[in-house]
Ligand binder design. Structure first.
Ligand code: ADE
Length: 247
């Protein structure tokens, strides 16, 4: 079904290393980093900038508002990291609002590399030579503009890290959740059996596993149809494509 999960190390290049680990220090992902099952390696881009001022940005050629991240510190940083890492296990990502939309399928793809290098853009962006020569791909976490790539990198790290074996408790729970089958997750209930005038559906309390499975499948479809019909269209297309392959 899905490709092998190899991810072990996330290297983040940023001019604001103090922003990390931030939210990545909490929960199951925080524990995986604390136990060194995964590595979060945050590097200050200024370390590769020229002394004495260690300037990482400069004015844009042709004029205009805003500064651009200079190419040299980024090239030096990535070259140093590449030299430490076997080539096929490394993937270099630039976080940028113009990149390919990051989603669960992209998280699965990224999890297939042992080491990810995440470059956090700032200001008006990065020098174009960085895109052309240094990065393997550009990713965006949505159609809005953040002040920099750091929050986006955190989103990408968390969504990818939690796919690594043993990070999320039960092996099934990642496979069952929203987006994994191009469907949203089914509703979940816990005690009490009645709350706010709403009862937990009888079938979920019946102990009848087949009926529970069938209820959950239907509820996931209904919820997806209501909230994300675009996903459903994709699920049907993927299903048709699979049938086509088997013919
Ligand atoms: N940097 C600024 N905005 C961003 C976005 N939406 N996604 C990724 N990186 C960004």
């Amino acid at each position: 079904m899905s490709a092998e999960i190899l991810v072990r190390e996330f290297t983040v290049l940023t001019i604001f290393p103090q922003m990390f680990p931030g939210p990545l220090g909490f929960g199951v992902v925080g524990r995986a980093f604390a136990d060194e099952r995964l590595v979060l390696d945050v590097r200050d881009l200024r370390a590769w900038a020229d002394p004495p001022h260690r300037q990482v940005d400069d004015e844009t050629f042709g004029g205009g508002a805003g500064m651009v991240l200079k190419p040299e510190p980024l090239f030096r940083a990535v070259e140093a990291i590449r030299a430490e890492t076997p080539p096929r296990s490394l993937h270099v990502v630039l976080l940028d609002p113009g990149g390919r939309r990051f989603d669960q399928a992209a998280a699965r793809e990224l999890a297939g590399y042992e080491r990810l290098v995440l470059i956090c853009g700032r200001y008006e962006g990065v020098d174009e030579r960085v895109r052309r020569r240094l990065v393997d791909e550009e990713l965006s976490i949505g159609d809005y503009v953040l002040c920099g790539g750091e929050l986006a990198a955190m989103v990408v790290v968390e969504a990818t890290a939690r796919l690594a074996p043993g990070v999320v408790g039960r092996a099934e729970s990642v496979a069952e959740e929203s987006f994994e089958a191009s469907l949203l997750d089914h509703p979940h209930y816990t005690r009490p059996a009645e709350f706010a005038g709403l009862e937990v559906p009888e079938v979920l309390r019946s102990g009848h596993h087949e009926q529970i499975e069938s209820w959950r499948r239907q509820a996931a479809l209904d919820r997806t149809r209501r909230q994300r019909p675009d996903l459903l269209a994709r699920a049907v297309t993927e299903d048709d494509a699979r049938k086509g392959e088997n013919r």
